[in-house]
Design a protein around this ligand. Structure first.
Ligand SMILES: Nc1ncnc2c1ncn2[C@@H]1O[C@H](COP(=O)(O)OP(=O)(O)OP(=O)(O)O)[C@@H](O)[C@H]1O
Ligand SMILES: [Mg+2]
Length: 237
């Protein structure tokens, strides 16, 4: 937790910092979609891909913060999957190491998914590391075995939310392939940096997913009034 706090990433301690409050809002609409019933139900709605247009826009930061925020929910378990195989940052950010992960389970059918999952000191948060680097990552992510794994993860635990940290859409074709499998996308837009033309192009490349939510990250805009944190008063931030 200390390691994450140093990077300003949200941690599970129920505080009322601005970032905690912002992620409370972000997660609420994703959770409504994830567990919608009847006609509003979204296939694989509980599988949420986090992506963006270009590198460094804040995907991993937001994926971990969202996972932490969701893990604070009482009736929910959260699995954070690192699917950015080329730049597998999730474990590094969390100060953890692992040998096997997603790519190994896809490639080796004798390997059990459960054996690659990492528990954390947050009781309802587990991790699936990216696994070894592979030249055919996109093909592996597009494979039938990956589809089966996603279905297994989504259906075996109906109270589970799966957050998938993914590569940027314009970097390679992995994100477009993953968009076919997930129910929702949390799309990170970096304030003052993400270019509109590129954003439009990237969104069209993941349009196979019908539920794409944009998150404006790293915004420096201030209306003059502090949102949320001032409400809770001095000493809580
Ligand atoms: N909302 C935020 N507040 C503070 N720092 C942030 C925020 N979002 C991102 N950062 C910082 O910006 C840098 C890039 O973020 P991050 O690594 O999450 O981006 P990324 O999109 O996952 O990049 P890549 O495509 O290279 O994996 C990191 O140093 C991260 O800590
Ligand atoms: Mg990243």
């Amino acid at each position: 937790m200390e390691h994450l706090k140093k990077q300003n990433i949200l941690v599970v301690d129920g505080d009322h910092s601005q970032i905690s409050e912002e992620f409370r809002i972000v997660k609420r609409s994703l959770l409504l979609n994830a567990f919608a019933k009847g006609e509003a139900a979204i296939p694989n709605g509980n599988i949420i891909m986090v992506t963006s247009t270009q590198p460094e826009e804040g995907k991993t930061f937001c994926a971990i913060s969202l996972a932490m925020s969701m893990a604070m929910e009482r009736d929910l378990t959260v699995l954070l999957v690192d699917a950015d195989v080329a730049k597998a940052d999730v474990l590094k950010r969390m100060g953890l190491k692992a040998e096997k992960g997603l790519i190994d389970v896809i490639e080796d059918e004798t390997l059990d998914l459960a054996d690659c999952l990492l528990r954390t000191n947050v009781p309802n948060l587990s991790l699936l590391p990216a696994g070894k680097k592979h030249k055919l990552t996109t093909e592996l992510l597009a494979s039938e075995r990956m589809g089966e794994l996603i279905d297994e993860i989504a259906k075996r635990y109906p109270d589970r939310v799966v957050i998938v940290d993914s590569p940027p859409v314009l970097a390679n074709s992995s994100a477009s392939v993953l968009a076919l499998r997930v129910g929702q996308v949390l799309y990170i837009v970096e304030a003052d940096r993400t270019r509109e033309e590129e954003l439009k192009e990237a969104l069209s490349m993941i349009s196979s997913c019908e539920h794409i939510n944009l998150l404006l990250n790293k915004s420096r805009f201030s209306s003059g009034k502090k949102k949320f944190s001032s409400y809770y008063g001095y000493g809580y931030n």
